[in-house]
Design a protein around this ligand. Structure first.
Ligand SMILES: NC(=O)c1ccc[n+]([C@@H]2O[C@H](COP(=O)([O-])OP(=O)(O)OC[C@H]3O[C@@H](n4cnc5c(N)ncnc54)[C@H](O)[C@@H]3O)[C@@H](O)[C@H]2O)c1
Length: 282
């Protein structure tokens, strides 16, 4: 039995990266897929691909930061599919600007897409999910929603997604809607990561206990579980999919540094002369 048989699923940011992998996987598991994005051409192509493989898919242009786009999408889904069981708030953007250098336009854009977008999506679509008997909302945050991040707007937005998830889990439980967040670490190959600055990948491998990046398929498997009825008693949860980065990355780097100091590979430090952690690990 397919794990998502009979469900209709809307995925934002579905044209590329994790969202596109999820669209294919969820279709193979029996769901009808609504792909939403601002990248129209690849989204339309993906919908055709899924239909040609025997599934049901529809592409809708949707900028998650625009309430009118959400309302239009909700009307289309209600008219054409008659129901919605799962909403994956996956679309995201990044500014790569730090605390003291970010301009206010970049700040607003990242917050609008990453944080306001999921709020607008829930407001537009939760009533249809309620009318469908309930369902599951998965908000894609990040490990940046649990630690500091060099991009201040990205970090703040992903922390916000975590808070939004908890509030929505509380408020929507009466409509039989579960709401959870996932927290990917470094995921290859996504447009996101292709643009990262030199050294970013190598640094991430070093602080990720599994010593590698993740694949979009590994995020998709987690979202599949949360979308399916297999996770029926889980709401308000936050689940990392990060190769152990959050749980054990820091202590692993400390253990490696300890070995290096103990073996003499690194010159000893005096307490007073110890550099800050960032220059120790770089
Ligand atoms: N790639 C990683 O390493 C990583 C790590 C942690 C979290 N994430 C999160 O995972 C999610 C998916 O990203 P990805 O890794 O697949 O990257 P990706 O860049 O491949 O895909 C993001 C998609 O979102 C779409 N998008 C951007 N702005 C949009 C908007 N305003 N409205 C609708 N769609 C929009 C893009 O067109 C693109 O198709 C994002 O929320 C991202 O923050 C990614």
């Amino acid at each position: 039995m397919a794990r998502l048989q009979g469900k209709t699923i809307l995925i934002t940011g579905g044209s590329a990266g994790q969202g596109a992998v999820e669209a294919r996987l969820f279709s193979a598991e029996g769901a009808a897929i609504v792909i939403c994005d601002i990248a129209d051409e690849p989204g339309q192509r993906l919908a055709v691909e899924i239909e040609q493989a025997g599934g049901r898919a529809r592409y809708i242009h949707l900028d998650v930061s625009k309430r009118a786009d959400w309302e239009a999408a909700a009307a289309i889904v209600r008219a054409e599919f008659g129901r919605l069981d799962v909403l994956v708030n996956n679309a995201g953007t990044i500014s790569r600007k730090g605390l003291m250098s970010i301009d206010i336009e970049s700040w607003h854009r990242v917050i609008e897409v990453n944080l306001t977008g999921p709020l607008l999506g829930i407001q537009a679509l939760a009533p249809l999910m309620r009318d469908s008997g309930g369902g599951s909302i998965i908000n894609v945050s990040s490990t940046a929603g649990m630690t500091a991040h060099y991009d201040v707007a990205y970090g703040a937005s992903k922390w916000g997604v975590r808070g939004l998830t908890k509030c929505a889990a509380m408020d929507l439980v009466d409509w039989n809607i579960r709401v959870n967040s996932i927290h990917p670490g470094q995921i290859w190959e996504t447009t996101f990561q292709r643009d990262a600055r030199p050294g970013h990948w190598e640094a991430n491998w070093m602080v990720t206990p599994m010593g590698r990046h993740g694949q979009p398929e590994e995020c998709a498997q987690l979202v599949l579980f949360l979308a399916s009825d297999e996770s029926s008693f889980i709401t308000g949860a936050e689940i990392p999919v990060d190769g152990g980065l959050l749980a054990a990355g820091l202590m692993r780097v400390r253990a490696k540094l300890t070995d290096e100091f103990a073996s003499g590979a690194r010159p000893p430090l005096t307490q007073a002369g110890a550099p800050k952690a960032d220059s120790v690990t770089s």
